[in-house]
Design a protein around this ligand. Structure first.
Ligand SMILES: Nc1ncnc2c1ncn2[C@@H]1O[C@H](COP(=O)(O)OP(=O)(O)OP(=O)(O)O)[C@@H](O)[C@H]1O
Ligand SMILES: [Mg+2]
Length: 243
């Protein structure tokens, strides 16, 4: 399968901190890829680079063969990259529908087309009944789904989810899992950062493990949980593979 998203030797330092060091991997179209690793491993920093919010110091990021590195967030969104934020960023006093319309206007200049897209996305995300409510009135799991809805309204090819399932109850997390699967089944490629291994591992096709800014290993969920370096650097007591 040809890669949709290609990272080649992506590096970024902040002052003396090497957040990402020569990160290279491919993401296939239609794949759900997990990005895991300890706090400070460089996961969010890499999302920021893919979404165009920071320019890598060196290396390249290509979507469908076109270079995006350092071109900025508008170019990344136009090319088909959308993301959610680790700390939710809704416009609190605006309605749920208005929040999603902001995403839709990134793709459609016309009101009718944007509204059509926003309404379809609200349906996908289970937020139709909450469309007219102010974003601040949503429950925490609804706020997470609103983040996804706003990202999906830009009609992305690649969706970056940063700890979307963190802090949810197991039931809420399973609803999130169903949403992610539904999104992928519509043809969107998903790259997700998550610390809750019990939820993440059954969902993803492959995992990229970051540690100290570098790729420690890449493999299937079964491969990475059995990897002594991954257990040492990250999984430790956090996760024990079912016997
Ligand atoms: N904009 C920034 N300015 C300065 N330092 C940054 C910036 N972004 C990231 N860093 C640093 O880069 C390193 C990687 O941070 P990053 O946020 O990518 O980690 P993470 O893997 O997402 O961690 P967590 O699991 O805690 O969210 C950290 O040392 C962090 O302090
Ligand atoms: Mg992070």
């Amino acid at each position: 399968m040809p890669a949709l998203l290609e990272l080649r030797e992506v590096s970024k330092s902040f002052g003396g901190v090497a957040a990402n060091v020569a990160i290279s991997f491919d993401v296939a179209e239609g794949e759900i890829l997990g990005l895991i690793g300890p706090n400070g491993a460089g996961k969010t920093s890499l999302f920021n680079a893919i979404a165009g919010e920071i320019a890598p110091d060196s290396g390249d990021i290509r979507l469908a063969g076109r270079s995006l590195a350092g071109r900025g967030p508008v170019a990344a969104a136009a090319a088909g990259i959308a993301r959610t934020f680790q700390v939710v960023r809704s416009f609190d006093s605006m309605s749920v529908l208005e929040n999603v319309m902001i995403g839709a206007f990134a793709r459609h200049a016309g009101l009718r087309a944007a509204l059509h897209t926003a309404e379809a996305v609200l349906e996908t995300c289970g937020l139709t009944a909450r469309a007219e409510v102010a974003a601040m009135a949503l429950t925490p799991p609804e706020k997470r789904r609103l983040e996804v809805a706003r990202a999906l309204a830009t009609e992305p090819r690649v969706l970056l989810l940063d700890e979307m399932l963190t802090g949810l109850t197991p039931t809420e997390a399973q609803e999130g899992v169903r949403l992610i699967r539904a999104v992928r089944d519509r043809g969107v490629t998903v790259l997700m950062v998550e610390h809750v291994m019990e939820v993440l591992l059954p969902l993803i096709d492959r995992a990229v493990v970051l540690h100290l800014g570098r790729v420690l290993t890449i493999g299937s969920p079964a491969e990475v949980v059995a990897d002594a370096r991954v257990i040492e650097a990250y999984l430790g007591d956090r996760y024990h593979a079912p016997a």
